[in-house]
Design a protein around this ligand. Structure first.
Ligand code: MN
Length: 254
């Protein structure tokens, strides 16, 4: 496990490094620009690739996950994830995706997510980056029942009442450039407490000017936040980095 270095100039709290066409180029850029990156994975069986990248890069923090949309095809890998969480301080991508209206699929997602949250809680807490599309109410209920450590709501898009509930529960929020460009995203960002805000790329899935977004390009969120918060970009990045250090410590101290 790499120690968290205090020198980083950026934060990307949710990036799928392993899904870029050239992950090694992304990893090199993260190192060069010193961007603390939570490298999420979508299935336990592919975790070793990202864990390997993190071994050689102190700014990459490998997260073990099982994406809710892959529960149907990869749910059998849950026992592997339960083992990986013992060692991994970061967990994700996990959560619920209720775009599916299939009741059984939703139940299966809840079973997996519930077990992951409980595992994190039993092991003293983890940093968990969480998907909550069309399911934020249920996700927050499950977080409040288990207390998994430091939950980060990635690309939060739920109703305002759920945002307020998330704040009460001490959740963190990672904001990507697509959110800063949508009206609904902007309204939610305005209500997020700045001591709980992080920046994310969700690369390579977010597009920026026709290209895959990268951890470096995602730092543009800082310009938007500077305008909203009425402070300099440097102050924004300092706040976001302090937030990252804080949430990382919370899981190791608990
Ligand atoms: Mn993602």
């Amino acid at each position: 496990m790499n120690a968290i270095q205090p020198t980083g100039i950026g934060v990307d709290a949710h990036c799928h490094i392993d899904l870029f066409p050239d992950p090694l180029t992304i990893a090199a850029e993260i190192q060069r620009l010193q961007i603390h990156t939570i490298a999420v994975t979508n299935a336990p069986s592919v975790f070793h690739f990202t864990a390997n990248l993190a071994e050689h890069n102190s700014f990459i923090h490998a997260a073990a996950g099982l994406h809710p949309e892959l529960v149907k095809s990869h749910g059998r890998e849950l026992p592997i994830l339960m083992e990986l969480i013992v060692q991994a301080q970061f967990v994700g991508e996990v959560g619920l995706d209720f775009v599916t209206t299939n009741t059984q699929e939703r139940i299966d997602q809840e079973i997996v997510f519930g077990k992951v949250l409980k595992r994190c809680a039993d092991l003293g807490g983890r940093v968990v980056t969480i998907h909550s599309r069309r399911s934020s109410g249920r996700v927050l209920e499950m977080i409040s029942e288990t207390n998994p450590g430091s939950p980060i709501l990635h690309w939060f898009s739920g109703p305002k009442k759920d945002l307020r509930r998330a704040v009460q529960l001490g959740c963190w929020f990672s904001i990507n450039p697509a959110m800063t460009r949508s009206q609904s995203g902007q309204k939610l960002i305005a209500e997020m407490p700045r001591q709980k805000v992080l920046i994310e790329s969700d690369g390579p899935f977010v597009e920026q000017d026709g290209n895959h977004i990268t951890p470096a390009l995602a730092q543009e969120v800082g310009a938007y936040l500077a305008e909203q918060w009425g402070c300099s970009r440097q102050e924004v990045h300092s706040i976001v980095e302090t937030n990252f250090q804080h949430l990382s410590k919370m899981k190791s101290n608990s």
